[in-house]
Unconditional design. Structure first.
Length: 172
């Protein structure tokens, strides 16, 4: 996948619009970006229905990760993905200490960061936190002790999938 600012010289003259316009993705690349969103969509269904995210959802991403590496050699170094997942798990355990987040939310977040790589940790955490704020306010107004957090994770994954460098562009 290329961003217009990173195009090979042969394609530079063909992009006529904004600097950060996306070049259409290949089908396999779309699968790699959107599979976590599909997994999150299933997690939202379960979380809204029973306030639990089944363990098989993050496990599915972890088990499909080697396939991602085999089919997408530009995915990066495998150990950076594992480090990202481990850091996300630690971050989730620290932030979710007590009853703030369920174990399913933390495991899903860790599996998603492992899928995208260590560089996705902070942008994903930021987008998920921003998306979770209205949910937390709504739950507080209704005096709910807990609420489904998977919708916020899905929103964060969607934003990161659509524009993975948006955080950097906003900060610059």
């Amino acid at each position: 996948m290329y961003w217009a600012g990173q195009l090979p010289d042969a394609l530079r003259g063909q992009v006529l619009t904004a600097t950060y316009e996306r070049i259409p993705m290949e089908i396999d690349e779309m699968l790699f970006w959107w599979l976590p969103a599909v997994v999150c969509g299933v997690a939202v269904y379960h979380d809204l229905r029973s306030r639990e995210i089944p363990d098989w959802l993050p496990i599915a991403l972890v088990l499909l990760f080697p396939v991602r590496l085999l089919l997408a050699p530009d995915a990066g170094v495998w150990w950076q993905h594992l480090v990202g997942g481990a850091l996300a798990l630690c971050l989730g355990l620290v932030v979710g200490r007590g009853d703030r987040f369920g174990g399913g939310d933390i495991k899903l977040f860790a599996a998603i960061v492992m899928w995208f790589g260590v560089s996705s940790l902070l942008p994903l955490a930021m987008w998920i936190a921003i998306a979770g704020l209205p949910l937390a306010i709504f739950a507080a107004v209704r005096k709910q002790e807990d609420f489904a957090y998977a919708p916020a994770i899905l929103a964060g994954v969607f934003l990161y999938s659509v524009a993975p460098d948006l955080v950097q562009r906003i900060m610059v």
